[in-house]
Design a protein around this ligand. Structure first.
Ligand SMILES: [Zn+2]
Length: 172
């Protein structure tokens, strides 16, 4: 079976690269395109991210959100100006991000399943695929649990975070 880059239509041969199993989000994009998209042009990155059907956020190693695709902005009901440069907890309106120190610095952050998946992917380079995660929105005193299924993938110096599902995992 011939594999063609979903971005530039270049022939990628017939076998998947060895590390393909880690490409849970960007699979089907050739190495060259990945380089261009993430190194050269911000506009290209935006178009690339928007090509995914699911919400995708780009997170740096400090837990700040660099950018998010259209689908993520719809999900979060936020504009880029309220996403770019903000901590993940602020973007998702995590109840604990309102505590002193903010996202990543409170006593609750060690147990944050979203943060841990992202940081693990940064450290190990390993992707997570449709991993259950949750956070609490609202305020620490009046919080509501939100369940997610998330996927992560490291691309160079960033991690892509895909929201595969929002809502209780008991639902189908
Ligand atoms: Zn390509």
């Amino acid at each position: 079976m011939k594999i063609v880059c979903a971005w530039c239509s270049k022939d990628m041969g017939t076998t998947l690269p060895e590390n393909h199993s880690e490409s849970v989000i960007t699979h089907g994009i050739c190495e060259e395109c990945m380089k261009t998209i993430f190194a050269v042009s911000r506009a290209e990155l935006g178009a690339f991210l928007d090509s995914f059907a699911a919400p995708v956020l780009v997170v740096d190693e400090t837990g700040s959100v660099l950018t998010a695709n259209k689908q993520a902005r719809v999900l979060l009901q936020k504009n880029l100006s309220d996403i770019e440069g903000f901590k993940g907890g602020d973007v998702f309106e995590c109840a604990y991000s309102k505590l002193p120190g903010g996202c990543g610095e409170t006593i609750h952050c060690d147990g944050c399943t979203i943060r841990n998946a992202i940081m693990d992917t940064f450290q190990s380079g390993k992707s997570h695929l449709k991993t259950p995660a949750y956070l609490y929105t609202g305020s620490p005193d009046d919080r509501a649990k939100v369940d997610f299924l998330i996927s992560t993938e490291r691309v160079k110096e960033v991690v892509l975070l895909r929201i595969d599902k929002v809502g209780s995992s008991e639902e189908t």
